[in-house]
Design a protein around this ligand. Sequence first.
Ligand code: 13P
Length: 242
Amino acid sequence: MRYAIANWKMNVPPEGIDKYVEACAAAEPAAAELIIAPPFPFIAELRSFAGDRRIGVSAQNCSDQISGAFTGEVAAAMIRRAGAESVIIGHSERRKIYGESNKTIGAKLVRATEVGLLPVFCIGEELEIRESGGTDQLLERQIGEALEIASGAGEMVVAYEPVWAIGTGRVASTEIVAETHARIREILRRSGQPEAPIVYGGSVTPENARELARQPEVAGFLVGGASLSSAKMLQIRDALAV
Ligand code: 13P
């Protein structure tokens, strides 16, 4: 299975949610599954607009707790109940801005899979780490520490998002993507997730998607900026048909 995941972050597409979903629903079915990750309040709305059409709905985060006195948090079971089938976990913005650790992310992976949400588990290095040659070690830690906690978790998607490529227009080269995805595959084999599809994220556009989609071990894309246009998102999804 290949995935084209639209991470709207804390934005609503300028064309409006209904027009966006209409455009996606009208498009020809494709080889890759389209999943839209809106901010929490739009999950139910998106699910009902999408109806039984082949559009997946994802949250962008979930709590590491089941329920209780955690003001402002949203539990995985609530996300499931609102109609989402998947949840993005450990996005670099969550790690960097909100201080999420590998252990917290591991707990979130458990929370998601125990209620039947497919986690999209994000990993990726900062520029200084890449330049100092520490990428492999960092990815090893991000995956190892989280999956040690989530060792019994079921199916998941892994998203490789180099932090230096997110929102910068500086997409990773096809060589870096191919090499890093291969390395991630090795780590996943040793960490109990040998089959998890690996998607790439970071300045993906309709212009660069086709080339990236041809790289081995690229099972799809996690898209930020370009995902705010249904036309661009559909072109990116269609690039995965190669
Ligand atoms: P951009 O596509 O805007 O670089 O964002 C990538 C991302 O963070 C998706 O989760």
